[in-house]
Design a protein around this ligand. Structure first.
Ligand SMILES: Cc1cc2nc3c(=O)[nH]c(=O)nc-3n(C[C@H](O)[C@H](O)[C@H](O)COP(=O)(O)OP(=O)(O)OC[C@H]3O[C@@H](n4cnc5c(N)ncnc54)[C@H](O)[C@@H]3O)c2cc1C
Length: 449
């Protein structure tokens, strides 16, 4: 009987893994908590057919979900992995509905392709209603056709700000400006060295041209070296203060400017979602899942692909997924697949060097700026805890300040808290998804036939 490969995540990485595991003769089960495949990159409004970018690959891979050797489980949240029994625990059904089914799967090989979520650095006023992460603003625009506001400022770092601005314009918002915190010189240096090495991502140049044309058509200014340093308003955001920042993101005095807005969306890159890999016992490196040349993690039989292994865009994620799919099915990935993956990884390196996070962002914070929004832990409390002569370890520091212990479990503030507290590794819980007590107590159905 052929190998049973279970793939968690049907984004670009997971779907490429499905295609290549099937080609290598495996039986495949692919699960995603979302109702439709595509992950973050191919997000569409319910019922919409066409994905905008990378459409032909996406359409081909999406059709493979109906392959006779493929079982596709949408609405399936994987909440735990029991490494002793090699058993994946799944809840199937509406996340906010009752009667979710509790199922388990025991794979021959497991591919984790759970992606990343967006990252936002704290600044005074970021807890006000009307301040959104770039990902949330885009999800509402692309997934629900809802604009987060009438007049919106888009700010942060990275090329992701461009599709976000486009999505907002698409749903009728006025985008007052797009601000990239890194100076033009940093961005140009990062992208322009040996440009031929970026050939694997040739489609990106066209995509970039389209965003530039869209911004120009709507007269949206795009500025380098400027950041949002404060949001103001009584009950919701009414204005934002921006400032010119140096290469390390320290504020240039006298460059402050205020924009009247009713929403602001801020994104500073992405944070991986490695909870299941942590549960499986995989070693992380800088928060990302460590993999070898064939996308094997440090745990036998567990592979990882896409943005849980590094932030590199959809093409890189798919190239990694292809290698993982072959290897997990028990086949040696062809050298051409490995080369394509390695070429695609160049993009990830460029992204990191063209859009770094400046270390001086903490100079935007004030004593009373909330860093952990769930527990309302302020910057001042964190500084006092880290400079305490008793020098509590990371665990005691968290218990003492409660940073990262609220409902989001550090998903929002984790990287910021970690950086402000001297680089302590973010603590990942082995429970990857919320589960109700009743569901936990209920009997599991095991694997359906
Ligand atoms: C919010 C957001 C918006 C983005 N928008 C763009 C864009 O417009 N343009 C662009 O070029 N790039 C965009 N990116 C970056 C792009 O999405 C990534 O480069 C690419 O999608 C990564 O592919 P992936 O397969 O690794 O992960 P993803 O596409 O994130 O797919 C991961 C999948 O895993 C599923 N999953 C995660 N955990 C579980 C679990 N426990 N159980 C079941 N399923 C699970 C998720 O539902 C998701 O479908 C965006 C990223 C984010 C986070």
């Amino acid at each position: 009987m052929s190998r049973h490969v279970v793939i968690v995540g049907a984004g670009p990485a997971g779907l490429a893994a499905v295609e290549h595991a099937l080609r290598a003769g495996a039986r495949v089960t692919v699960l995603d908590q979302a109702e439709s495949p595509g992950g973050q990159y191919h997000r569409r409004p319910p019922g919409a057919d066409a994905a905008r970018h990378g459409r032909s690959d996406f359409d081909r891979r999406r059709r493979l979900l109906a392959h006779p050797r493929c079982r596709w489980w949408p609405g399936a949240a994987v909440w735990a992995f029991d490494r002793v029994e090699n058993r994946l625990h799944v809840l199937r059904g509406q996340p906010d509905g009752s009667g979710r089914r509790r199922l388990t799967l025991v794979p021959d090989a497991l591919i984790l392709a759970t992606g990343a979520h967006d990252r936002t650095l704290p600044f005074p006023g970021w807890e006000l209603p009307g301040v959104y992460t770039a990902g949330a603003a885009q999800a509402l625009a692309k997934g629900e056709r809802v604009a987060i506001g009438g007049r919106v400022l888009v700010a942060g770092a990275g090329p992701f700000l461009l599709p976000v601005a486009e999505s907002l314009l698409d749903v009728g918002a006025e985008v007052v400006a797009v601000l990239e915190a890194n100076p033009f010189t940093t961005v140009r240096k990062g992208w322009s060295a040996r440009p031929w090495r970026l050939a694997a991502q040739a489609g990106k140049a066209g995509e970039l041209g389209r965003y530039a044309a869209t911004l120009a058509r709507h007269r949206v200014p795009y500025r380098f070296g400027r950041a949002v340093i404060e949001a103001r308003g009584a009950d919701s955001v009414r204005e934002v203060v921006t400032a010119g920042v140096r290469a390390d993101w320290s504020i240039i005095p006298g460059t402050e400017r205020t924009y009247e807005v009713d929403a602001v969306c801020v994104g500073h890159g992405f944070v991986p979602q490695p909870e299941l890999a942590v549960a499986a016992g995989c070693v992380l490196d800088g928060g990302f899942v460590k993999v070898d040349g064939e996308q094997r993690t440090t745990v036998d039989g567990v592979f990882a692909a896409g943005e849980i292994t590094g932030i590199g865009g959809a093409v890189t994620s798919a190239a990694e997924g292809a290698v993982a799919g072959r290897a997990a099915a028990g086949e040696k990935p062809a050298p051409a697949l490995i080369r394509a993956r390695d070429r695609a990884l160049t993009f990830a390196g460029r992204l990191a060097s063209a859009h770094p996070i400046g270390t001086a962002w903490r100079s935007w914070l004030r004593e009373d700026t909330i860093v952990c929004r769930c527990e309302e832990t302020t910057y001042g409390e964190l500084v006092r805890a880290t400079t305490d002569p008793a020098r509590p370890g990371p665990h005691a520091l968290k218990l003492g300040t409660r940073a990262g212990l609220g409902p989001c479990q550090g998903r929002m503030c984790g990287p910021a808290v970690s950086e402000l507290c001297g680089g302590t590794e973010r603590h990942h819980r082995p429970i990857a998804q919320p589960i109700r007590l009743g569901e936990l107590a209920a009997r599991t159905e095991g694997e359906p036939g």
